[in-house]
Design a protein around this ligand. Structure first.
Ligand SMILES: Cc1cc2nc3c(=O)[nH]c(=O)nc-3n(C[C@H](O)[C@H](O)[C@H](O)COP(=O)(O)OP(=O)(O)OC[C@H]3O[C@@H](n4cnc5c(N)ncnc54)[C@H](O)[C@@H]3O)c2cc1C
Length: 412
């Protein structure tokens, strides 16, 4: 099989589909390749936040929490043995990036992609069925004590600095907005500039359909190797198909490290696995709820009440361990009354993360025509569309909407 498109985008999650759409709209002929169907992997299972209000990247848990993490008693983060031990060098680097000044700088670097995020989704979904999955009430973060609220003051200070809107509410005031919750928290912070999707996987699927309707080609196949051939690239799939193209964009999320290894390129990508499960809920939620103290998010999805967990350090192929979701359920049930799980086993996926919380967007040095858009961490659903725009602007030589230097794939 062959394709004559100028660009092949590998990976049809939110990042690959957005990249393909932007390249197409900037005049490139594009083929999108995925081992599965669009939006079936990490972009399917997240919490649905379009979190334009993030002003600080996720930082590692405080050192005092390490014993509880190692003992498997922490609900926000978990180390899986033995496969998670391979992540230790990455975790140490992550701790080095968690100094206040570094966090502020990394947060500043991510802002241009975040600022455009809600508008970029609106542009991609305009005139499609995806519009019905967008809710603009956004996210509320609940604190179970005043101490917990005070501990997150840097986040609000930075929000003030960037003019990012938020509202602080006492428990009873917030319960009027969100009557389905029980009064087990002290304060709520509503991040009013953010939005949410009530079926992220479906939205990615609709974006991919739009790409195809506009003339883009989608091929199903697992890419096993890439090689430079003269001025272009040759791509091979597991079933022996070979494609030739001028340029390749790798958007395979958590699988990027393995695929780039086939061309001798190393990227220090770490993985934070996470789980979700859907439950029957008797009432709808008006916001996505983050329980700041217990390490989970509750989202009202088309499939039911979705509960998503924090980070598990484990190999991408290690057996799933549903204990992380079991551990947060008692806290979630304190906060809201809901019924049984709708499916047997929880879903599991991996956040593809760099220690500075910024993605890698650009051409690989010394590999002309090999581009990446990877490592979107906790915010890929949010910044997939804006990072797709940036990469397309870089590839086509257009003026970029922001300085791409902080996202250089050569920065590590
Ligand atoms: C529990 C959890 C909650 C989250 N919550 C949020 C949230 O609320 N908001 C937010 O912004 N982000 C959130 N995230 C992060 C977000 O989901 C990810 O950053 C984002 O989905 C990554 O998108 P992607 O397109 O890079 O990867 P993916 O969606 O995983 O897409 C990669 C694609 O590449 C394909 N692929 C892989 N290897 C190959 C190959 N060799 N050949 C062909 N195709 C291949 C896969 O099939 C897949 O379709 C969350 C993540 C998790 C795990």
């Amino acid at each position: 099989m062959s394709t004559h498109e100028e660009v092949i985008v590998i990976g049809a999650g939110i990042v690959g589909v957005s990249t393909a759409l932007h390249l197409q709209e900037m005049g490139k002929s594009v083929c999108l390749v995925d081992k599965s169907r669009p939006g079936q992997e990490t972009s399917f299972g997240n919490s649905g936040n379009i979190e334009s209000s993030y002003v600080l990247p996720f930082s590692p848990p405080s050192l005092s929490k390490i014993p509880s993490i190692l003992l498997g008693k922490n609900t926000s983060a978990r180390m899986s043995f033995p496969s998670g031990l391979k992540s230790l060098p990455w975790i140490l680097k992550f701790y080095k990036e968690s100094k206040k000044e570094t966090l502020i700088e990394n947060g500043r670097n991510l802002r241009p992609l975040l600022e455009l995020s809600v508008d970029e989704h609106k542009l991609l979904m305009k005139g499609t069925d995806a519009e019905k999955y967008l809710c603009e009430t956004g996210r509320a973060k609940l604190h179970r004590s005043e101490t917990s609220f005070q501990a997150s003051s840097l986040e609000r200070d930075m929000a003030d600095y960037y003019d990012v809107p938020y509202e602080v509410m006492k428990r009873d005031e917030f319960l009027e907005r969100e009557p389905a919750l029980n009064p087990v928290f002290e304060k709520a912070v509503i991040w009013s500039g953010s939005a949410r999707l009530s079926n992220p996987g479906k939205v990615v699927k609709i974006y991919a359909e739009k790409f195809q309707k506009q003339g883009g080609e989608f091929l199903q196949g697992e890419v096993t190797s890439l090689s430079q051939q003269g001025e272009g690239w040759q791509i091979k799939t597991i079933s022996g198909e070979v494609f030739h193209t001028e340029a390749v964009v790798i958007c395979v999320g958590p699988w990027a490290k393995d695929l780039l290894r086939t061309v001798g390129t190393h990227v220090p990508l770490g993985l934070k696995r996470g789980y979700h499960q859907h439950f029957n809920a008797s009432a709808a939620l008006n916001y996505n709820i983050t329980d700041a103290d217990c390490g989970y998010v509750m989202s009202d999805m088309e499939q039911g009440l979705r509960i998503t967990t924090g980070a598990e350090f484990a190999d991408i192929n290690a057996e799933p361990n549903p204990i992380q979701i079991e551990q947060v359920l008692p806290y979630a049930r304190e906060l809201m009354d809901f019924g049984k799980a709708k499916e047997g086993d929880p879903w599991m996926g991996s956040r593809p993360c760099f220690t500075d919380s910024c993605p890698a967007i650009g051409e690989i040095k010394g590999r002309k025509g090999l581009w990446v858009n990877i490592g979107h961490g906790h915010s890929g659903l949010t910044i997939g569309p804006s990072s797709g725009r940036l990469l397309a602007e870089m590839m086509t030589g257009a003026k970029t909407f922001c300085d791409p230097t902080p996202y250089s794939p050569d920065r590590f």
